[in-house]
Design a protein around this ligand. Structure first.
Ligand code: PEP
Ligand code: MG
Length: 584
């Protein structure tokens, strides 16, 4: 089969069997069955229906006992709907004749049934105004849950395939069991992409007609460096892929060996290179001696891994582990940044037409101040054990920062009154993610201790291009001159006012971008652990004078291609020195 080219999202080379999964709660995965799999899929479908029928029977009996036969009637109706031979026949035909997997066949039926209300024979259906699709939706959930359990029950690791790169796909199973991820659509800076990089899972998106070409269990080669995949490789192709992987692994080892050296240019320009963390699991993926601290701890992911809000004590324990692990290096705690794709299973946010412009980040925690207070208490207490900083997400105005300052001061006084030890002073910073915060930067720097640019969001808001919307993924262009000029402006204002500025968006993980940021006056970058070594090495091969020239040329660039060409030029220049640096 031919190579399919897509977009490289998370680096690394992997090969293994593919497993197609659903990307979103309302979307079943679709794949083509092999002839020999048809009977097994029909049996899977019947088993799922049986399980749902048994569950309905139990529910009916329970409601009958507690509330009476009238209330229990709806369960009998659902059982009847599942026994309707025409619906079942349509699903079985799709599986047998079109070789469609059971989940996808049931989803098609659910779609059709949604538009038909009460067309089944029998008064009881009409009496209850039953939604005919409801029991079939439960069958669909049952099939999907079984499928997930089946993967989790084996020891095999798989390459996940889905139509979109959503956070649900990346967290489908324990990251150690996911060799790689490939999807039809998805952006490089979507939340799913951020997670894939954080977990170190090689990932390629933008692969046209991917799922139509896949059968469950097919062999895949995934090249997350170049952004391409190969389906069912020949032996020859697999061999040369393995050879490429081996030399890549050797290069990574060489990179790690030199990662303890700081990112200082040949003429003394110093860029602090910190790490972005999402989970305590990430602590095992890097050596604290290879970085200048944690530049961004996305605390919301710690909340997402639980079944209820973590208490102050729980948060304190988690935060203490990070602070202890960093051996005296600074840890920047970003307060809870929920909304859009980042949801908690135990805290239902309202459905919004436009979640990226809606209730998210600081807007939520300023409204639900208990959430903010508990978290600030835990961070302040952890701050006695090592240097910590507090970072606020989605800031749009001075007033928001003032309100947080007041809360922080009250929380601090309260802790002292309760006999807790708290640090003398904890620095407070803001994320620059929204254009308004950039435009008021000269005022902001007077009331904050540091700023950190969230390019993942800043790009989406500057270009009016949703980072999680596959339809506009091509327009999400981080090299747009509006982005480059905003970064240059932030670097200049912060340098002039003596305010530390870092970039913690994923853009900074590319070593030439990190070098550019040093040229623009940034104090540091914060990147996924995987990129630490290369960023540090890249900076060591250049001079401030060369970076000043780059920044001067970038200011004249009229479009993203000119920006790309300038950065590629620098990359080509330093490549040889970087390889020499690895051999030294
Ligand atoms: C960003 O927006 O760049 C950022 C670092 O925050 P997140 O990706 O978590 O939205
Ligand atoms: Mg953000």
């Amino acid at each position: 089969m031919a190579t399919i080219n897509g977009i490289a999202v998370a680096p690394g080379l992997v090969r293994g069997p593919v497993h197609v999964v659903r990307a979103r709660a309302d979307k079943a995965p679709h794949w083509t069955l092999r002839h020999e799999e048809i009977d097994a899929d029909l049996a899977r479908l019947r088993r799922a229906i049986e399980v749902v029928q048994e569950r309905l029977e139990r529910q009916k009996a329970l409601v009958e006992r507690t509330s009476g036969a009238q209330d229990a009637g709806i369960f009998a109706v659902h059982q009847m709907i599942l026994r309707d031979p025409s619906a079942l026949g349509a699903v079985e035909r799709a599986i047998r004749e079109e070789r469609v997997n059971a989940e996808s066949a049931v989803q098609d039926l659910v779609r059709k049934l949604r538009s038909t209300m009460g067309q089944l024979d029998g008064d009881s259906v009409r009496d209850y105004a039953a939604d005919l699709s409801e029991p079939w939706r439960v069958v669909l959930d049952e099939l999907l849950e079984r499928d997930r359990e089946q993967v989790l029950a084996t020891d095999d690791s798989v390459i996940l395939a889905a139509d979109e790169l959503s956070p649900q796909v990346v967290t489908f199973s324990d990251p150690s069991r996911i060799l790689g991820i490939v999807t039809t659509t998805g952006g490089r800076f979507s939340h799913g992409a951020v997670l894939a990089r954080a977990f170190g899972i090689p990932c390629v998106v933008g692969l046209p007609n991917l799922l139509g070409r896949l059968e469950q269990g097919m062999n895949l080669l995934v090249d997350g460096d170049q952004g391409r995949i190969l389906i069912n490789p020949t032996e020859e192709e697999a061999k040369s892929f393995d050879a490429a992987k081996k030399s890549r692994d050797l290069r990574r080892k060489a990179l790690i060996r030199v990662a303890d050296k700081p990112a200082v240019t040949l003429d003394g320009g110093h860029l602090r290179v910190m790490v972005n963390l999402e989970s305590l699991r990430d602590l095992g993926t890097f050596n604290p001696a290879h970085c200048d601290g944690v530049g961004l701890l996305r605390t919301e992911f710690l909340y997402m891994e639980r079944s209820q809000f973590p208490s102050e004590e729980e948060q304190f324990r988690l935060y203490r582990r990070v602070v202890d692990h960093m051996e005296g290096k600074v840890v920047v705690f970003r307060t809870l940044d929920l909304g859009g794709d980042k949801q908690l299973p135990y805290f239902t946010l309202p459905e919004e037409e436009n979640p990226a412009l809606g209730w998210r980040g600081l807007r939520i925690t300023l409204e639900w101040q208990d959430l903010m207070r508990v978290q600030l208490r835990a961070i302040l207490r952890a701050g006695c054990l090592g240097p910590v900083r507090i970072l606020l997400p989605m800031v749009t105005s001075i007033g928001e920062v003032r309100r947080v300052r007041e809360i922080l001061n009250r929380v601090r006084e309260q802790l002292i009154a309760q006999g807790y030890e708290v640090p003398e002073r904890v620095e407070l910073g803001v994320m620059l993610e929204v254009p308004s915060s950039v435009l008021i930067l000269r005022d902001l720097v007077k009331i904050v201790d540091f700023v950190s640019v969230g390019t993942n969001d800043l790009v989406q808001y500057l270009l009016a291009t949703d980072r999680d919307n596959p339809f506009v993924a091509k327009m999400y262009e981080p090299y747009h001159p509006a982005v480059i000029r905003s970064l240059a402006y932030i670097g200049r204002v912060c340098r002039e006012s003596g305010c530390e500025a870092t970039v913690c968006g994923d853009l900074a993980g590319d070593f030439v971008v990190a070098m550019m940021l040093l040229g623009m006056g940034f104090y540091g970058v914060s990147v996924s652990p995987h990129f630490l070594a290369e960023v540090r090495l890249g900076v060591r091969t250049t001079t401030r004078e060369r970076l000043d020239r780059l920044v001067h040329d970038l200011a004249q660039a009229g479009d993203d291609r000119e920006v790309q060409a300038l950065l590629d030029g620098l990359k080509a220049e330093v490549q040889e020195d970087m390889e020499a640096g690895l051999r030294a």
